[in-house]
Design a protein around this ligand. Structure first.
Ligand SMILES: [Zn+2]
Length: 199
């Protein structure tokens, strides 16, 4: 007899073995583990980290001041909004497009790395980091909304315009890859490793 829990609704079943079955409460297909979940999630996080660099370093906006065009990065854009006393917009962009993606990436990276090198970090700590990221994840679409919103506000003002291009593409990929990495990660792996440590 083995105990296996549904990844979706956490209902626990007692079964003969780990053959996949359909959860009778939520109809989710229950498997022992997602295949290569950790490796896939880790690879996605690393890719997203590399893409975060061009997203920050390359210009994402065109700012027109007194008829002069200036290309600016996300950070320079935030500084410009501060100059125009648009503190709220500056704060929203800072949080949604710089801080949230960074916190998510670093958090996931720390958990995955600690699982791969199986260090002594407490499982509870790992799960806590993951839950925090999941919580932020519920707000994660905010990054994309901000870009869209920004593009429209900005076009109205005719002061700023969003450039498509390397930074915008990289930024979008960072958001999407991070989301897939977090979703494809099977949290039950956190608890697997502990058992193996003793052996
Ligand atoms: Zn279920």
């Amino acid at each position: 007899m083995v105990l296996i829990s549904c990844k979706n609704c956490h209902k626990v079943y007692e079964k003969e073995d780990y053959t996949p079955f359909v959860c009778d409460r939520c109809k989710y297909k229950v498997r022992k583990r997602k295949k290569n979940s950790l490796q896939i999630s880790f690879a996605l996080v690393i890719s997203a980290m590399f893409l975060y660099i061009p997203a920050m370093v390359y210009p994402i906006m065109d700012i027109t001041q007194l008829g002069v065009d200036n290309e600016s990065t996300i950070i320079e854009g935030i500084i410009s909004f501060l100059d125009y006393k648009d503190y709220f917009i500056a704060l929203v962009i800072l949080v949604a497009s710089v801080l949230i993606p960074l916190i998510k990436l670093v958090g996931l990276f720390v958990i995955f790395l600690s699982l791969i090198i199986s260090n002594k970090m407490e499982n509870r700590t790992k799960l806590m980091i993951y839950k925090t990221i999941e919580l932020i994840g519920k707000w994660s679409m905010i990054d994309i909304y901000v870009v869209a919103l920004l593009a429209s506000i900005v076009q109205l003002g005719e002061l700023f315009s969003i450039k498509g291009g390397l930074a915008a593409t990289s930024f979008t990929l960072v958001v999407v890859l991070t989301m897939i990495a977090a979703n494809s990660f099977d949290t039950r792996i956190i608890w697997d490793k502990k058992e193996n440590d003793g052996k």
